[in-house]
Design a protein around this ligand. Structure first.
Ligand SMILES: Cc1cc2nc3c(=O)[nH]c(=O)nc-3n(C[C@H](O)[C@H](O)[C@H](O)COP(=O)(O)O)c2cc1C
Length: 166
């Protein structure tokens, strides 16, 4: 079983999520930061997981680009999509707005994995937004491990429940 995880992050939270996922996935896992690599041999993987953080309602542009450039190959694999964002309430609209319809249809799993407001390198505008968020948010960082487990179960690649024959 070979799994490819392609991700986009601005301040590191999504990378933290990817590292958590990797620990739990059965078999071989390759990780690609969409900002650093736009081409890879997608057909050599059984499962393709694509994840991004959300800024002003949008996924990272490098992730959008990766999907656009590789859509046909991605659609031929077992697919999981996930988002890392401040709130889970708008997650359905984020999916709808940011991913091609055929990808959403084909995806076996779609996850919401939490957020962090505790990254590095925020600019002045971002710090202002974060100040507002901090007034409402109870914590600076929260990752949804139960959602990650459910997601990997749906893809049948959870190390905890993986069965080679199943
Ligand atoms: C300037 C700014 C804008 C954001 N916009 C949204 C948003 O529209 N919706 C949302 O749910 N979360 C929003 N967030 C929260 C981020 O998605 C969250 O901090 C996420 O963990 C960032 O992940 P990353 O470090 O991998 O980029 C925003 C955060 C910042 C700093």
């Amino acid at each position: 079983m070979r799994t490819l995880i392609v991700y986009g992050t601005k301040h590191g939270a999504t990378k933290k999520v990817v590292d958590m996922l990797k620990e739990k996935i059965a078999g071989e896992v390759s990780i690609v930061n969409a900002k650093e690599k736009t081409e890879c041999d997608i057909k050599s993987f059984d499962v393709v997981i694509i994840g991004s953080s959300i800024y002003i309602g949008a996924i990272r542009k490098e992730v959008k680009k990766f999907i656009r450039s590789n859509l046909e190959e991605i659609l031929s694999r077992k697919i999981g999509l996930f988002l890392v964002s401040g709130g889970s309430e708008e997650i359905e609209s984020y999916y709808k707005k940011n991913f091609p319809e055929e990808l959403l249809k084909k995806a076996k799993a779609k996850g919401y994995f939490g957020f962090s407001y505790d990254g590095e390198g925020y600019n002045a505008m971002e710090r202002m937004v974060l100040k507002e968020i901090a007034k409402k948010a109870m914590v600076k960082e929260k990752f949804e491990k139960k959602n990650m487990d459910d997601f990997l179960n749906s893809l049948q690649i959870n190390e905890g429940t993986y069965n080679e024959e199943g």
